[in-house]
Design a protein around this ligand. Structure first.
Ligand SMILES: C[S@@+](CC[C@H](N)C(=O)[O-])C[C@H]1O[C@@H](n2cnc3c(N)ncnc32)[C@H](O)[C@@H]1O
Length: 179
């Protein structure tokens, strides 16, 4: 399932709905870890890989890891970069794969970048569930209509199959046939 939300409270409730106690969660845009703390309490037997590029994140995330335990790992980096995705993909493959992908790059953040980050990360990690916090994507879903139905049961777009990551799209330096 792919859940799209905007309100931060709805986002945090959504995390509670989809995460199980032993899930491996990849959290893109953890900021200072306010939702990471919630995730660690919902999944006390799981693992969390939390990422953010902000200079505000590192100290707060290290403090959180001290308080909540070693199930959380923080990676400082830009989630649009291929090497960051590659690092996380290798880690999650070693621990049995990603169950939940959470994408919160800022609720009002560019929907185009948010969608691209969702698409590339979810088609690589193939999570059971994805939650995305973004106003523009929520608006798009509710404002659009179609007579055709194509839908997916998991947290990634199954209709795109195993097409892989398109090498021709170079703009985020992210796309690679290796993953
Ligand atoms: C609204 S905050 C996230 C709040 C957090 N999810 C929570 O629930 O408390 C959005 C975060 O996304 C991060 N972000 C935006 N673009 C990013 C990118 N390309 N790579 C990594 N982090 C990014 C920002 O640095 C910021 O900390």
């Amino acid at each position: 399932m792919i859940k799209i939300v905007y309100d931060i409270k709805v986002y945090r409730e959504g995390l509670k709905d989809i995460i199980k106690e032993d899930d491996v969660v990849v959290e893109l845009g953890c900021h200072v870890g306010n939702s990471t703390r919630i995730i660690s309490q919902i999944a006390p037997y799981g693992r969390i890989i939390a990422l953010d590029k902000s200079s505000q994140s590192e100290k707060k995330m290290q403090k959180l890891i001290k308080e909540e335990g070693s199930l959380i790992e923080f990676i400082k980096g830009d989630v649009r970069l291929h090497e960051i995705l590659e690092e996380v993909a290798k880690k999650v493959n070693k621990i049995g794969g990603c169950d939940v992908l959470s994408v919160d790059l800022g609720g009002g953040y560019h929907p185009d970048t948010t969608f691209k980050v969702f698409f590339i990360w979810s088609s690589t990690l193939k999570p059971r569930e994805t939650i995305i916090r973004n106003r523009g994507l929520l608006d798009f879903i509710h404002s659009s209509t179609s007579s055709e139905i194509i839908s997916s049961n998991n947290g990634w777009l199954e209709s795109c199959g195993d097409d892989g990551i398109p090498t021709r799209l170079k703009e985020l330096k992210l796309w690679s046939p290796k993953l």
